[in-house]
Design a binder for this molecule. Sequence first.
Ligand SMILES: Nc1ncnc2c1ncn2[C@@H]1O[C@H](COP(=O)(O)OP(=O)(O)OP(=O)(O)O)[C@@H](O)[C@H]1O
Ligand SMILES: N[C@@H](Cc1ccc(O)cc1)C(=O)O
Length: 362
Amino acid sequence: MNVDERLRLATRNTSEVVTVEELRKVFEEKEKPKGYLGFEPSGLVHVGWLVWMFKVRDLVEAGVDFYLLEATWHAYINDKLGGNLELIRKAARYTRIVLEAIGVPEGRVKYVDAEDLASDKDYWGLLLKSAKQVSLARVKRALTIMGRRVDEGETDFSKLIYPLMQVTDIFYLDLDIAVGGTDQRKAHMLTRDIAEKLGLKKPVAIHTPIITGLQGPGGRMESGLEADELAAEAKMSKSKPETAIFVHEDAEAVEAKIMKAYCPPRITELNPVLEINKYLLFQQPGFTLVIERPEKYGGTITVEDYSVLEKLYAEGKIHPLDLKKATASALNKLLDNVRRRISSDPGARSLLEELKTAKVTR
Ligand SMILES: Nc1ncnc2c1ncn2[C@@H]1O[C@H](COP(=O)(O)OP(=O)(O)OP(=O)(O)O)[C@@H](O)[C@H]1O
Ligand SMILES: N[C@@H](Cc1ccc(O)cc1)C(=O)O
């Protein structure tokens, strides 16, 4: 695969690449650059995660040697699953199964456990060197990467260590590319700044779009937040289950959730139903959205391109209910594989059952 093709795969369906020129250089210089994404294995998998999972698939295809960091200690710091590390490790196993079901089997990526990183004294040396380069105010501003507001970081001191751990993860793994949703931006920009100061490798950052929670952005659109902060606050999130569609949920539950979702007529911004189309459904090769309507409401239409769907919706030519029905049906088709994979594997089923009954904390 030539550099242009690798670059196309790596940059499609992203909200930002810092920078595309640097990424091109990485691909020109390396057959197998090192990339990573970290996630807190702290519960069930929702459809927002599919955005980065598909990006991992793209990057593996583009020849990236990809590491998936199971951020167990980070989830512990962030009070997930009641801080129960045993359960957190089970959530990591469950996430591997979902990744495999969407085309990222274990043999194609390398899993790294945060507990292994933290057991090496060099890791803590790197963390302290990084900490020397940054002010407390900057660390606090980065707390949005753990889905927390700045003031929440002061509840216990470990939360202030988290952003520096995320920076250190990147240095320790010696990465060329760091991937995450837009809400992770502050971690990556911090890493790039510290890298310059310490003379370490400065990773390219690839940010994937965020799917807004089913309840919509609330009043946050006018709050003057930066895009990454808005994404962190308004995103579909596993620790706020009422905002999320989980990949294991049955077809009826998925449809019921979509029918109730925030989707005001003509509004295309931070509209989770449109975002599911834009960032998930229309990313599948050859996808078309079929909107079935009685003749008196314009008859059935087949949309082949997301930009057309957005335009028709903004012009009020598609009713929210019709969009929701069509989206639910297409999303259910996309999720079928994952559901089948989970239900056919007793091990996966028992992990799921255990995680379903675990108390969601944050
Ligand atoms: N709604 C979403 N849409 C797209 N990407 C998401 C979404 N939520 C999380 N991500 C991405 O998934 C990765 C893991 O995020 P994280 O563990 O914080 O998920 P989460 O569901 O928000 O969890 P929590 O509720 O525990 O904060 C990050 O790169 C993040 O940007
Ligand atoms: N902060 C990330 C998880 C993460 C943890 C450590 C990392 O090195 C990277 C990502 C999140 O909340 O989703």
